[in-house]
Design a protein around this ligand. Structure first.
Ligand code: SAM
Length: 228
């Protein structure tokens, strides 16, 4: 069985019991970041070997498929959150599915749905855009197309590009559209801001560098409240 195992985004208490059992039972844990995964396993007293996984290594994927076909338990982890979600893993899971090998995925830490849940923006339907294209024109067009769906948009962005993203969102959705972000979810400096795109932009330090990991959310409906 190939088991996709979410790992904490920051707070180790977010590691689930089922995730720990899967990591413990596995013959090997494949991970993009073996150092971080080994640290996690050590923290929980798990001695399963950790090997590096990369989507762009067909020979490695073939070897993993052979192990799965031989009946081995294999776990797939990423450095934080859920593998495959803006992280490596899709090639392995896809290949295992096509080969008819058993695959399961465990529920657990993932920044996008957690951010939506705490944002106050509609969560009945949302569009996860992952990382947007970086070029200004492509980014604005991606935002315009997604905004036309009339749903909450969820975007992963580096701290260095959050301001630019909000500026382009103001062009694509209008500066009074609803916006929110969470920074450093589940970590010591977790911070949430909600309001209009304009008020979020105004609340960011002028010219200063933002730090940490961000999920940015937008909704084409106009915001009613001030940033808080
Ligand atoms: N697979 C991960 C998941 O399940 O959320 C996402 C991995 S992706 C490479 C990394 C991006 O996820 C970051 O740039 C940020 O946008 C978001 N992210 C990850 N951890 C976060 C955190 N603690 N707080 C806010 N955003 C986070």
């Amino acid at each position: 069985m190939l088991t996709v195992v979410p790992t904490p985004l920051g707070n180790l208490e977010d590691m689930t019991r089922r995730g720990l059992t899967a990591l413990e039972k596995a013959a090997v844990v494949y991970s993009e970041d073996t150092r971080r995964t080994r640290q996690l396993l050590t923290h929980f007293g798990i001695r399963t070997p950790v090997e590096r996984y990369q989507d762009r290594d067909p020979r490695l994927i073939e070897r993993i498929l052979q192990r799965l076909a031989a009946g081995e338990e294999i776990a797939l982890a990423s450095d934080a959150g859920t593998p495959v979600i803006s992280d490596p893993g899709v090639e392995l899971v896809g290949a295992a599915r096509r080969a008819g090998l058993p695959v399961t995925a465990l529920p657990g830490a993932c920044a996008a749905p957690t951010a939506v849940a705490g944002s106050g923006l509609p969560g009945d339907a949302f569009v996860f855009l992952g990382f947007l294209p970086r070029t200004p024109g492509k980014q604005r067009r991606a935002l315009e197309a997604a905004a036309a769906l009339g749903k909450t948009l969820v975007i992963y962005e580096s701290p260095f590009r959050v301001r630019k993203l909000l500026e382009r969102a103001a062009e694509a959705l209008g500066s009074d559209a609803q916006a929110a972000f969470v920074r450093e979810l589940s970590k010591l400096h977790e911070e949430w801001r909600t309001g209009s795109i304009a008020s979020l932009l105004a609340s960011l330090p002028e010219g200063g560098h933002l730090k940490g990991e961000f999920v940015v959310m937008l909704h084409p409906r106009a915001a009613r409240e001030k940033t808080r």
